[in-house]
Design a protein around this ligand. Structure first.
Ligand code: CA
Length: 480
């Protein structure tokens, strides 16, 4: 062989090798599932983000998730108060199926007061496929050690175990989380770094935003799932001058503090998005933003307009929430998705993308949203969206344009057409009895699959019941 021929042959072989290795890399990149970040706010009103029309509280960073991804206009959580809604999201299943239907009491000594160990969490499912999983912020799925995030599939935790927390570092004085003997005391515990109480120095929302950034920086070389679970803007209403002074034009003091709290969350979302950008992770990270339930408007001055009702209700204001998702690699930019979807779909979506193994005995209630968002499937993702509140025997069933409501225990069924009447003002039960009957039949079929609650909730505490007796009957309900 002449030297030139040898050189050409060698070069061709090298090119072939290079091309093959590039193909392998491309294939690996094509099948690598995205990172997942779920940003959940606590008691944020439907109308309190810019992408749903809010004008007095700018939320540019939260809005950028919707503007560079998908805004969902008919998105529901699976319950209208914190704990059960989170139990639904983290398992991808209606929590009424496994008896988590009340806000748990803060009882570190009670192993039954929390998410049943028989259920699989999203972190457990993703961890088995190699994801690194972290939760930052509010847990609220049980304060007993059995329910600690590190015992439920998460590798890292920076937050608090209970249903709410005080925001100012000087208020956090109780070192031992297990020693908190009441809900109020649990709001004052030190923040846990994994299992270790740590003294914090910043406004709590800023602490959580910093921890979220640290988690991404630390785990950027591998697939990760970050559940960024802000306790803001849940009570107590507390903010620092840095955020309050942005809202001097808001005269209602409650709304002003609430606005400052939401603004702090928006700053944190901005920091997190910037971290993804700096590390070239934007394309490969799927982000969901949502609230865990509707706004409790009279308590934290949130707004759910044009929806009827509040946190705790079976009206739309109870469980239709701000909801957006961004995945630049796959989701059409700036799109709007109007068919009903559920927070339960987050689990099903990432499970499909990551090929996570599922428990056949406990099927998911959600669907993989990707083909719907991309317009590859035109039919509705869900036959219906369901809500039961056991203690009040209240129900809501949403199918298509229609919603069937049992608003009070023993009350007559009502029917609304949400397309024409988003505020649920015109009861069509008498005009459209056939539709009502179909939805009632769905309700009965679904209810038959549920069990009774397996633990007592906050509503059964004497302190809660005392508060309720001072209220009018129509305002009673499970509120936290
Ligand atoms: Ca909540």
């Amino acid at each position: 062989m002449r030297p030139l021929q040898f050189l050409i042959l060698t070069l061709s072989f090298t090119n072939l090798l290079l091309a093959t290795s590039v193909n392998v890399v491309a294939q690996n990149q094509a099948v690598k599932p995205p990172n997942l970040i779920v940003i959940m706010t606590d008691d944020l009103g439907y109308a309190d983000v810019g992408f749903n029309g809010c004008v007095d509280i700018p939320t540019p960073h939260i809005d950028s998730i919707a503007n560079s991804g998908v805004k969902f206009t008919n998105a529901y959580v699976s319950y209208s108060v914190c704990g059960p809604s989170r139990a639904g999201f983290i398992t991808g299943r209606y929590s009424q199926r496994f008896g988590f239907e009340r806000n748990p009491q803060y009882l570190p000594s009670d192993p039954n007061m929390g998410l049943p160990l028989s259920e699989t969490t999203l972190a457990e499912a993703l961890g088995k496929t190699g994801y690194r999983c972290g939760v930052v912020g509010k847990w609220h799925l049980g304060a007993h050690q059995n329910h600690h995030p590190l015992n439920r599939g998460f590798h890292e935790f920076y937050g608090h175990l209970g249903g709410g927390h005080r925001y100012l570092p000087e208020d956090l004085t109780l070192e031992d989380s297990a020693a908190a003997s009441s809900e109020n005391e649990s709001y004052r515990t030190l923040i846990l770094n994994d299992r270790t109480p740590v003294k914090t120095s910043k406004y709590l929302t800023d602490e959580f935003s910093d921890a979220a950034v640290r988690f991404v920086e630390k785990n950027k070389e591998q697939s990760f799932f970050l559940f960024l679970s802000y306790n803001a803007p849940h009570l107590p209403l507390q903010a620092t001058p840095k955020y309050l002074e942005r809202f001097n034009e808001i005269k209602n003091p409650k709304r002003k503090t609430y606005a400052a709290m939401v603004s702090a969350v928006d700053d944190g979302v901005g920091q997190l998005l910037e971290t993804l950008k700096e590390n070239n992770l934007e394309q490969d990270t799927l982000i969901f933003f949502l609230s865990d339930n509707g706004g409790p408007t009279t308590k934290n001055a949130s707004r759910n307009n044009p929806l009827r009702g509040n946190k705790g209700d079976v009206w739309e204001g109870g469980f239709r929430v701000p909801f957006a998702a961004r995945w630049p690699a796959k989701f059409p930019k700036g799109s709007v998705y109007d068919l009903p979807v559920s927070s339960l779909d987050i689990f099903a979506t990432i499970a499909a993308l990551s090929s996570a193994k599922l428990d056949e005995q406990r099927p998911l209630d959600g669907v993989n949203l990707v083909p719907y968002v991309r317009g590859e499937i035109q039919t509705p993702p869900h036959n219906a969206i369901y809500l039961r509140k056991f203690d009040q025997q209240r129900y809501a069933i949403r199918r298509g344009e229609y919603k069937h409501v049992v608003p009070v225990k023993g009350g007559k069924s009502q029917l609304y057409n949400l397309k024409d009447d988003i505020g649920e003002t015109k009861n069509l039960a008498l005009q459209e009895p056939d539709t009502l009957a179909e939805l009632e039949a769905l309700r009965k079929t679904w209810s038959a699959e549920l069990i009774d609650p397996i633990f007592l909730g906050l509503i059964h505490l004497p302190s809660f019941q005392k508060k309720q007796t001072r209220k009018t009957p129509e305002k009673t309900g499970q509120k936290k």
